[in-house]
Write a protein that binds this ligand. Structure first.
Ligand code: 9MR
Length: 432
């Protein structure tokens, strides 16, 4: 059981209400931080103590387990023993999130962390017909993304005619279980009805996009925490995020050019002044060409004053998407957060199909990636793309290369029992 000094709790609280998110500057030999669990540290000098971590630019980097990186300036938190840290550079970086001392569900671990972190799942209408599914989903999560039911083809199948039944079913279930909801997704090239896909010309496309965003956001307004405003607007030669990053051809890009992004966020902000507005994409989890391109893209948006609140890193790990180690994810999330943005893991699963990712690799990825997000206070949520292996989208999608096998990609097995992957996620959420 950890004891947490009052001063540290206080500083974590202050951080949650608005501390600097940039790295430290200045001092020599800042305090280091390392975990009492298998800590490795970077830097020399400086006294180190304690568990979960922080960093910034400048001095030491403290680490929990195998998730390291960051370049310098450390701030450390909480209890534990041991570990050297320090180095040149200095204190002044952000505080690390303080984990709960214990928790019996992921949801509880997220709610008791300081600052709290949302624990999410993609929920399907079909899943809500199963009592085990509902029980696990509500016990373990407090953040819901509809897997398909809020997409354009579902809510606006005919031009200007909205259809809310399937989406309302999920949103109302989430609200009645005290869960937050992320609307997914307003502007996306995929799962568009035929009529929308065949629009052309700037005026037609802008009008349709505006009507869609206004209609959907207006309907859900008081029940929604956040929106994926634009999804997957960037493409590379490989689905792993490598090679020739560029804007993806789509009905939106083809008619409006890349200004469709700014426009979508501006319309969304007019509709809801307080909902969190996110850009969301896959294979931007590792430090790769696509992540670099998206970084420059959203940096430009921030500089132009576009109302974007954050970036969702889908975190579909394994074939055919990218594989990203904890250190890379930590560095990547951190650079986006240093733009002043929230970051979140928005669709996590790890595809083991045909043993292309081994069981050991999968466990390490689950632990280290969740830990990388958890240690960063501006990482506000972790959503898993489904509840149990049997229902994963990866099993039935040919591009997932499963050859008819289960993807074994999630935290619960077909009988809704916790897998070892669940334990690794829990460890990471408890700072172990
Ligand atoms: O999980 C979704 C699956 O049921 C759909 O068939 C598929 C169609 O595009 O979309 C899946 O969800 C995607 C999400 O909306 C956006 N990021 C990638 C997800 C997995 O493909």
């Amino acid at each position: 059981m950890r004891s947490v000094p009052l001063t540290l709790l206080l500083s974590a609280f202050l951080c949650a209400t608005g501390c600097s998110d940039s790295g430290g500057e200045g001092e020599t030999g800042g305090a280091g931080a390392t975990s009492s669990t298998a800590g490795t540290t970077a830097g020399t000098g400086g006294a180190g103590v304690t568990s979960s971590v922080a960093s910034g630019t400048g001095g030491a980097t403290g680490v929990t387990s195998s998730v390291a990186s960051g370049t310098g300036g450390a701030t450390a938190v909480t209890s534990g023993t041991g570990g050297a840290g320090g180095g040149t550079g200095g204190a002044g970086g952000e505080e690390a999130r303080v984990p709960a001392a214990s928790a019996s569900t992921l949801r509880e671990a997220g709610e008791k962390a300081n600052p709290p972190i949302l624990i999410g799942a993609a929920i399907s209408g079909g899943g809500l017909n199963n009592n085990d599914y509902k029980r696990v989903a509500a016990a373990e999560h407090n953040y819901v993304t509809a897997e398909n039911e809020m997409k354009w083809d579902s809510v606006e199948p005919n031009a200007g005619q909205f259809s809310w039944g399937a989406a309302d079913n999920i949103v109302n279930w989430a609200v009645s279980n005290r869960m937050q909801v992320k609307g997914h997704t307003l502007v996306w090239h995929n799962q568009l009805p035929g009529w929308a896909n065949s629009l052309s010309g700037a005026t037609q496309v802008e009008q349709a996009m505006r009507r869609h965003i206004e209609g959907v956001m207006g309907h859900f307004k008081d029940r929604i925490h956040s929106w994926d405003v634009v999804n997957e607007a960037v493409i590379t030669d490989s689905d792993t995020g490598v090679g020739n990053p560029r804007m993806r051809p789509s009905v939106f890009f083809n008619a409006l050019g890349d200004r469709f992004l700014d426009l979508a966020f501006e319309i969304a902000r007019e509709q809801d002044p307080t909902a969190k507005l996110y850009y969301n994409d896959y294979s931007i989890d590792a430090l790769n060409d696509k992540a670099d391109y998206v970084y420059e893209m959203v940096k430009g948006m921030v500089e132009r004053g576009v109302p974007i609140d954050g970036v969702g890193f889908q975190m579909h790990i394994g074939p055919p998407n990218n594989e990203a180690g904890g250190a890379d994810v930590e560095a990547n999330l951190r650079r986006f957060s240093e733009l002043g943005l929230e970051v979140l893991i928005s669709e996590m699963d790890i595809n083991r199909c045909s043993n292309q990712v081994t069981a050991e690799e999968q466990l390490a990825y689950y632990h280290d990636i969740v830990a990388a997000c958890f240690q960063l206070p501006k990482c506000v949520g972790i959503t898993f793309w489904g509840i149990n292996d049997g229902r994963s989208w990866l099993n039935s999608w040919s591009g997932a290369l499963c050859n008819g096998q289960s993807s074994q990609s999630l935290l619960f097995n077909d009988q809704y029992q916790k897998k070892e992957t669940y334990n690794k996620v829990m460890d990471a959420l408890l700072g172990r």
